[in-house]
Design a protein around this ligand. Structure first.
Ligand code: PEP
Ligand code: MN
Length: 336
């Protein structure tokens, strides 16, 4: 349920109302915009008397929110959420350009790629240290050493780092990581999501291979229900009957998500297509349809990459994509 307050409502009366709602064993989420203050109510609101609430003189209107996702629902929070990552911001017109290799492979590799993507305009560095591989015989990542190397690259370049977690027991290793990624294969690892909800770290949740937009929002809800509202959503393609691309990039998800939620939405054209030469057109399309950021795989030597070489851009190709994305954004968001 959401209660829309009148502009004239005094702080003291709003506080009283919130206290009363919370005394009914319900949680509140306050959203103060320029034009209206909204109280979102989370919990079993069936016992609340809608008419009684509507009759209060500080209340402009009361609406039931039927969707099961509450905290992530735009009805609770009409303004775009802006997630802060160090000095960087994502959402509400702030665009994140996240780039780096699929996996951290060596000091030389991650530092070289970090410097080149930074020079090309990346705002964050990605790199997997714990890798979810389909085969147990494939490279599984450098694990804790990979995180140490990412932190070294961060010290060298100043770029905040984004890396994937696969097991909540590893959380202590992620203490200095700026954005924790939940990969597609773990989108519905609810115990992991609950643990991440207890932190205040920005969490980038990738859409599962066969998950709906609503299921993605419910995964965000798991993190937010724990008290962490720093969630970024990622469309990375879904599995369809099409085999020409690794996955099928569902760009309409960006628009649908922007309608349903206030959370920022980034697009991963690398995992979506699996083919380096398809990355630029899909990155441009994502920027054109209003994505809040991109996450792109870049490798200094894609042919020798230990993971996802075929979809990785060389640094100079990334530079070209980044410049083209900037140009698209001047048209889509001329005020930025
Ligand atoms: C990745 O980002 O390297 C990755 C494994 O992505 P996804 O979870 O989208 O497959
Ligand atoms: Mn990858």
């Amino acid at each position: 349920m959401v209660i829309i307050l009148k502009q004239s409502a005094s702080e003291a009366r709003i506080r009283d109302l919130i206290q009363w709602i919370e005394s009914q064993n319900l949680r509140t989420h306050i959203s103060s915009g320029d034009y209206a203050t909204i109280i979102g109510i989370i919990g079993d609101t069936s016992r609340l008397d809608e008419e009684l609430l509507s009759s209060l003189d500080i209340v402009d209107g009361v609406k039931r929110v039927s969707e099961p996702y509450k905290s992530s629902n735009r009805k609770f929070h009409p303004m775009d959420s802006i997630i802060e990552v160090g000095e960087e911001k994502i959402g509400g017109g702030h665009f994140a350009m996240i780039a780096g290799p699929c996996s951290v492979e060596s000091r030389e590799q991650i530092i070289t790629v970090a410097k080149s993507v930074k020079a090309a305009g990346a705002t964050m560095l990605r790199g997997g240290a714990f890798k979810p591989r389909t085969s147990p015989y494939d490279f599984q990542g450098l694990k804790a050493d990979g995180i140490d190397l990412l932190l070294e690259a961060k010290r060298e370049t100043g770029l905040p780092i984004v890396t994937e977690i696969m097991n909540a027991n590893h959380l202590p290793l992620f203490e200095d990581v700026d954005v924790i990624q939940v990969g597609a294969r773990n989108m519905q690892n609810f115990e992991l999501l609950k643990e991440l909800g207890k932190t205040q770290k920005p969490i980038l949740i990738k859409r599962g291979l066969a998950n709906t937009i609503k299921e993605l929002l419910m995964s965000a809800e798991y993190v937010m229900a724990g008290g962490n509202s720093n969630v970024i959503l990622c469309e990375r393609g879904i599995r369809t009957f099409e085999t020409a691309t690794r996955n099928t990039l569902d760009l309409s998800a960006v628009t649908v998500l922007h309608e349903l939620t206030h959370l920022p939405v980034v697009v991963d054209p690398s995992h979506a297509t699996g083919v380096a030469r398809y990355v630029k057109p899909m990155a441009l399309a994502a920027a054109a349809c209003g994505a809040d950021g991109l996450i792109i795989e870049v490798h200094n030597d894609p042919a020798r990459a230990l993971c996802d070489g075929p979809q990785s851009l060389r640094p100079e190709q990334f530079e070209d994509v980044a410049e083209a994305v900037r140009q698209i954004r001047t048209i889509v968001c001329p005020q930025q």
